[in-house]
Write a protein that binds this ligand. Structure first.
Ligand SMILES: Nc1ncnc2c1ncn2[C@@H]1O[C@H](COP(=O)(O)OP(=O)(O)OP(=O)(O)O)[C@@H](O)[C@H]1O
Ligand SMILES: [Mg+2]
Length: 252
Protein backbone atom coordinates (compact mmCIF):
# COMPACT_ATOMS: atom_id res chain seq x y z
CA UNK A 1 0.00 0.00 0.00
CA UNK A 2 1.18 3.50 -0.81
CA UNK A 3 1.43 5.40 2.48
CA UNK A 4 2.58 8.76 1.10
CA UNK A 5 0.40 11.73 1.97
CA UNK A 6 -2.06 12.68 -0.75
CA UNK A 7 -2.48 16.42 -1.14
CA UNK A 8 -5.00 16.21 -3.97
CA UNK A 9 -7.54 13.44 -4.46
CA UNK A 10 -9.85 13.56 -7.49
CA UNK A 11 -12.58 10.97 -7.90
CA UNK A 12 -14.93 10.41 -10.82
CA UNK A 13 -14.94 14.10 -11.73
CA UNK A 14 -17.30 15.32 -14.45
CA UNK A 15 -17.56 18.72 -16.07
CA UNK A 16 -19.52 19.79 -19.15
CA UNK A 17 -20.23 23.15 -20.72
CA UNK A 18 -23.64 22.84 -22.38
CA UNK A 19 -23.31 20.02 -24.91
CA UNK A 20 -19.56 19.86 -24.56
CA UNK A 21 -18.41 17.08 -22.22
CA UNK A 22 -14.92 18.02 -21.06
CA UNK A 23 -14.08 15.94 -18.00
CA UNK A 24 -15.72 12.52 -17.92
CA UNK A 25 -14.64 10.63 -14.85
CA UNK A 26 -11.22 11.97 -13.88
CA UNK A 27 -9.38 10.16 -11.07
CA UNK A 28 -6.12 11.41 -9.65
CA UNK A 29 -3.93 11.15 -6.56
CA UNK A 30 -1.23 13.76 -6.13
CA UNK A 31 1.36 12.97 -3.50
CA UNK A 32 3.21 15.46 -1.30
CA UNK A 33 6.35 16.85 -2.95
CA UNK A 34 5.59 15.12 -6.19
CA UNK A 35 5.90 16.83 -9.58
CA UNK A 36 3.07 15.55 -11.74
CA UNK A 37 2.99 16.47 -15.41
CA UNK A 38 -0.39 16.70 -17.12
CA UNK A 39 -0.36 16.31 -20.89
CA UNK A 40 -3.11 16.32 -23.45
CA UNK A 41 -4.15 17.91 -26.70
CA UNK A 42 -5.51 21.42 -26.76
CA UNK A 43 -9.04 21.59 -25.42
CA UNK A 44 -8.96 18.32 -23.47
CA UNK A 45 -9.69 20.10 -20.18
CA UNK A 46 -6.32 20.52 -18.48
CA UNK A 47 -6.93 24.12 -17.50
CA UNK A 48 -10.51 23.33 -16.51
CA UNK A 49 -9.20 20.67 -14.13
CA UNK A 50 -6.90 23.06 -12.30
CA UNK A 51 -9.59 25.74 -12.25
CA UNK A 52 -11.84 23.28 -10.40
CA UNK A 53 -8.91 22.60 -8.06
CA UNK A 54 -8.78 26.24 -6.99
CA UNK A 55 -12.56 26.75 -7.01
CA UNK A 56 -12.75 28.99 -10.07
CA UNK A 57 -15.06 26.46 -11.70
CA UNK A 58 -17.35 23.89 -10.09
CA UNK A 59 -17.60 20.28 -11.20
CA UNK A 60 -20.96 18.79 -12.21
CA UNK A 61 -20.30 15.67 -10.15
CA UNK A 62 -17.52 13.76 -8.44
CA UNK A 63 -15.07 15.04 -5.87
CA UNK A 64 -12.06 17.31 -5.78
CA UNK A 65 -10.27 17.11 -2.44
CA UNK A 66 -7.39 19.52 -1.95
CA UNK A 67 -5.35 19.58 1.26
CA UNK A 68 -8.11 17.70 3.04
CA UNK A 69 -11.03 19.84 1.85
CA UNK A 70 -13.74 19.26 -0.74
CA UNK A 71 -13.27 22.44 -2.77
CA UNK A 72 -16.84 22.73 -4.11
CA UNK A 73 -18.32 22.88 -0.59
CA UNK A 74 -16.11 25.65 0.79
CA UNK A 75 -17.50 29.05 1.68
CA UNK A 76 -15.72 32.16 0.42
CA UNK A 77 -13.56 32.53 3.50
CA UNK A 78 -12.37 28.91 3.49
CA UNK A 79 -11.86 28.99 -0.27
CA UNK A 80 -9.66 32.07 0.06
CA UNK A 81 -7.70 30.37 2.83
CA UNK A 82 -7.18 27.32 0.60
CA UNK A 83 -6.14 29.47 -2.37
CA UNK A 84 -3.38 31.02 -0.29
CA UNK A 85 -1.84 27.56 -0.07
CA UNK A 86 -1.94 27.08 -3.83
CA UNK A 87 0.30 29.05 -6.12
CA UNK A 88 -1.29 29.20 -9.52
CA UNK A 89 -0.18 31.10 -12.50
CA UNK A 90 -2.57 30.71 -15.35
CA UNK A 91 -1.70 30.25 -18.92
CA UNK A 92 -0.58 33.62 -20.30
CA UNK A 93 -1.02 35.25 -16.91
CA UNK A 94 1.13 38.29 -17.16
CA UNK A 95 2.89 40.71 -14.91
CA UNK A 96 1.29 44.12 -14.52
CA UNK A 97 3.04 46.19 -17.16
CA UNK A 98 2.70 49.47 -15.34
CA UNK A 99 4.38 48.16 -12.17
CA UNK A 100 8.02 47.42 -11.46
CA UNK A 101 9.11 43.89 -10.61
CA UNK A 102 9.13 44.88 -6.93
CA UNK A 103 5.58 46.24 -7.11
CA UNK A 104 4.38 43.17 -8.99
CA UNK A 105 5.70 40.98 -6.20
CA UNK A 106 4.54 43.24 -3.38
CA UNK A 107 0.99 43.17 -4.64
CA UNK A 108 -0.09 39.66 -3.55
CA UNK A 109 1.97 39.92 -0.40
CA UNK A 110 0.54 43.11 1.08
CA UNK A 111 -2.96 42.19 -0.03
CA UNK A 112 -2.90 38.84 1.75
CA UNK A 113 -0.54 39.17 4.69
CA UNK A 114 -1.28 41.85 7.23
CA UNK A 115 1.20 43.66 9.47
CA UNK A 116 4.36 43.08 7.50
CA UNK A 117 7.01 45.75 7.90
CA UNK A 118 8.54 47.36 4.82
CA UNK A 119 11.77 45.59 5.64
CA UNK A 120 10.09 42.17 5.83
CA UNK A 121 8.41 42.78 2.48
CA UNK A 122 11.70 43.75 0.86
CA UNK A 123 13.50 40.76 2.35
CA UNK A 124 10.87 38.36 1.09
CA UNK A 125 10.95 39.86 -2.41
CA UNK A 126 14.75 39.75 -2.47
CA UNK A 127 14.82 36.14 -1.31
CA UNK A 128 12.49 35.04 -4.08
CA UNK A 129 14.16 37.05 -6.82
CA UNK A 130 17.36 35.42 -5.68
CA UNK A 131 15.72 31.97 -5.83
CA UNK A 132 14.75 32.55 -9.46
CA UNK A 133 18.16 34.00 -10.30
CA UNK A 134 17.04 37.56 -11.05
CA UNK A 135 17.92 39.77 -8.07
CA UNK A 136 19.08 42.58 -10.34
CA UNK A 137 15.65 43.10 -11.92
CA UNK A 138 13.91 44.40 -8.80
CA UNK A 139 13.45 47.96 -10.07
CA UNK A 140 12.89 47.10 -13.73
CA UNK A 141 9.66 47.29 -15.68
CA UNK A 142 8.28 44.09 -17.27
CA UNK A 143 8.80 45.64 -20.72
CA UNK A 144 12.55 45.57 -20.08
CA UNK A 145 12.59 41.80 -19.45
CA UNK A 146 12.82 38.86 -21.85
CA UNK A 147 10.02 36.29 -22.08
CA UNK A 148 12.02 33.80 -20.01
CA UNK A 149 12.79 36.40 -17.35
CA UNK A 150 9.10 37.32 -17.12
CA UNK A 151 8.23 33.67 -16.55
CA UNK A 152 10.78 33.50 -13.76
CA UNK A 153 9.40 36.61 -12.10
CA UNK A 154 5.92 35.08 -12.48
CA UNK A 155 7.13 31.99 -10.62
CA UNK A 156 8.73 34.15 -7.92
CA UNK A 157 5.50 36.11 -7.52
CA UNK A 158 3.51 32.88 -7.22
CA UNK A 159 5.89 31.63 -4.53
CA UNK A 160 5.73 34.74 -2.43
CA UNK A 161 2.91 33.47 -0.23
CA UNK A 162 4.72 30.20 0.47
CA UNK A 163 2.26 27.86 -1.25
CA UNK A 164 2.20 24.13 -0.57
CA UNK A 165 1.02 23.36 -4.08
CA UNK A 166 2.26 24.96 -7.30
CA UNK A 167 0.19 24.80 -10.48
CA UNK A 168 2.16 25.61 -13.60
CA UNK A 169 -0.02 26.01 -16.68
CA UNK A 170 2.28 25.76 -19.70
CA UNK A 171 5.31 27.34 -18.06
CA UNK A 172 7.49 27.05 -21.16
CA UNK A 173 5.00 28.12 -23.83
CA UNK A 174 6.56 30.53 -26.27
CA UNK A 175 10.13 30.12 -25.04
CA UNK A 176 13.13 28.92 -27.03
CA UNK A 177 14.36 25.38 -26.18
CA UNK A 178 17.33 26.55 -24.11
CA UNK A 179 15.22 28.90 -22.03
CA UNK A 180 12.73 26.04 -21.60
CA UNK A 181 15.47 23.97 -20.00
CA UNK A 182 16.18 26.87 -17.62
CA UNK A 183 12.54 27.08 -16.60
CA UNK A 184 12.39 23.30 -16.13
CA UNK A 185 15.42 23.50 -13.88
CA UNK A 186 13.73 26.28 -11.97
CA UNK A 187 10.63 24.13 -11.43
CA UNK A 188 12.85 21.40 -9.99
CA UNK A 189 14.80 23.86 -7.83
CA UNK A 190 11.58 25.32 -6.46
CA UNK A 191 10.51 21.88 -5.32
CA UNK A 192 13.88 21.22 -3.67
CA UNK A 193 14.01 24.53 -1.93
CA UNK A 194 10.39 25.09 -0.90
CA UNK A 195 9.19 21.47 -0.68
CA UNK A 196 6.25 22.20 -2.93
CA UNK A 197 3.96 19.70 -4.62
CA UNK A 198 3.42 20.59 -8.26
CA UNK A 199 1.25 20.03 -11.26
CA UNK A 200 2.92 21.05 -14.50
CA UNK A 201 0.69 21.32 -17.55
CA UNK A 202 2.71 21.21 -20.72
CA UNK A 203 2.70 20.23 -24.39
CA UNK A 204 6.44 19.92 -24.30
CA UNK A 205 7.66 16.36 -23.71
CA UNK A 206 11.19 17.50 -22.97
CA UNK A 207 9.75 19.62 -20.17
CA UNK A 208 7.65 16.67 -19.06
CA UNK A 209 10.62 14.34 -18.94
CA UNK A 210 12.80 16.82 -17.11
CA UNK A 211 10.31 17.93 -14.45
CA UNK A 212 7.86 15.08 -13.95
CA UNK A 213 8.05 12.22 -11.48
CA UNK A 214 4.90 10.97 -13.14
CA UNK A 215 3.02 11.76 -16.32
CA UNK A 216 -0.75 11.82 -16.64
CA UNK A 217 -2.26 11.94 -20.12
CA UNK A 218 -5.74 13.42 -20.42
CA UNK A 219 -7.64 11.81 -23.26
CA UNK A 220 -11.41 11.54 -23.87
CA UNK A 221 -12.13 13.26 -20.55
CA UNK A 222 -10.05 10.91 -18.39
CA UNK A 223 -6.48 10.18 -17.44
CA UNK A 224 -5.79 7.33 -19.85
CA UNK A 225 -2.15 6.76 -18.97
CA UNK A 226 -0.31 7.43 -15.77
CA UNK A 227 3.21 6.55 -14.71
CA UNK A 228 6.83 7.50 -15.20
CA UNK A 229 7.92 8.92 -18.54
CA UNK A 230 9.42 5.59 -19.51
CA UNK A 231 6.26 3.74 -18.55
CA UNK A 232 3.95 6.06 -20.47
CA UNK A 233 5.70 7.13 -23.65
CA UNK A 234 8.28 5.03 -25.43
CA UNK A 235 6.09 1.96 -25.48
CA UNK A 236 2.68 3.59 -25.68
CA UNK A 237 0.06 1.38 -27.26
CA UNK A 238 -2.62 4.04 -27.77
CA UNK A 239 -1.95 5.63 -31.16
CA UNK A 240 -2.75 9.09 -29.87
CA UNK A 241 -0.23 8.90 -27.02
CA UNK A 242 2.30 7.39 -29.39
CA UNK A 243 1.88 10.22 -31.88
CA UNK A 244 2.34 12.80 -29.11
CA UNK A 245 5.69 11.19 -28.43
CA UNK A 246 6.69 10.81 -32.08
CA UNK A 247 5.94 14.44 -32.89
CA UNK A 248 8.00 15.71 -29.99
CA UNK A 249 11.03 13.54 -30.46
CA UNK A 250 11.18 12.45 -34.06
CA UNK A 251 9.43 14.89 -36.31
CA UNK A 252 10.50 18.05 -34.57
N1 LIG B 1 -15.77 28.83 -18.76
C1 LIG B 1 -15.99 28.09 -19.84
N2 LIG B 1 -17.16 28.12 -20.50
C2 LIG B 1 -17.39 27.35 -21.57
N3 LIG B 1 -16.50 26.49 -22.10
C3 LIG B 1 -15.31 26.41 -21.49
C4 LIG B 1 -14.98 27.19 -20.34
N4 LIG B 1 -13.73 26.89 -19.96
C5 LIG B 1 -13.29 25.97 -20.82
N5 LIG B 1 -14.23 25.67 -21.75
C6 LIG B 1 -14.08 24.68 -22.83
O1 LIG B 1 -13.61 23.47 -22.26
C7 LIG B 1 -12.68 22.83 -23.12
C8 LIG B 1 -11.39 22.55 -22.35
O2 LIG B 1 -10.75 23.79 -22.08
P1 LIG B 1 -9.34 23.90 -21.37
O3 LIG B 1 -9.04 25.35 -21.29
O4 LIG B 1 -9.35 23.13 -20.12
O5 LIG B 1 -8.40 23.17 -22.43
P2 LIG B 1 -6.86 22.83 -22.27
O6 LIG B 1 -6.72 21.35 -22.20
O7 LIG B 1 -6.30 23.62 -21.14
O8 LIG B 1 -6.30 23.32 -23.68
P3 LIG B 1 -4.93 24.11 -24.04
O9 LIG B 1 -3.88 23.06 -24.15
O10 LIG B 1 -5.24 24.71 -25.39
O11 LIG B 1 -4.68 25.13 -22.99
C9 LIG B 1 -12.51 23.74 -24.31
O12 LIG B 1 -13.30 23.26 -25.37
C10 LIG B 1 -13.04 25.08 -23.83
O13 LIG B 1 -13.59 25.81 -24.88
MG1 LIG C 1 -5.01 25.19 -21.00
Amino acid sequence: MDTREKVVIVRDLYKSFGDLDVLEGVDLDLFREENLVVLGRSGTGKSVLIKIMVGLLKQDSGSMHVLGKEVSTLNTKDLNALRLKIGFSFQNSALYDSMTVRENMEFPLVRNVKNLTKKEVTMRIEELLDAVGLPQTINQMPSELSGGQKKRIGVARTLILNPEIMLYDEPTAGLDPITCVDINNLINEVRERYKTTSIVITHDLACAKQTGDRMAVLLDGKFKAMGTFEEVFPRAVDERIKSFYDYNFINS
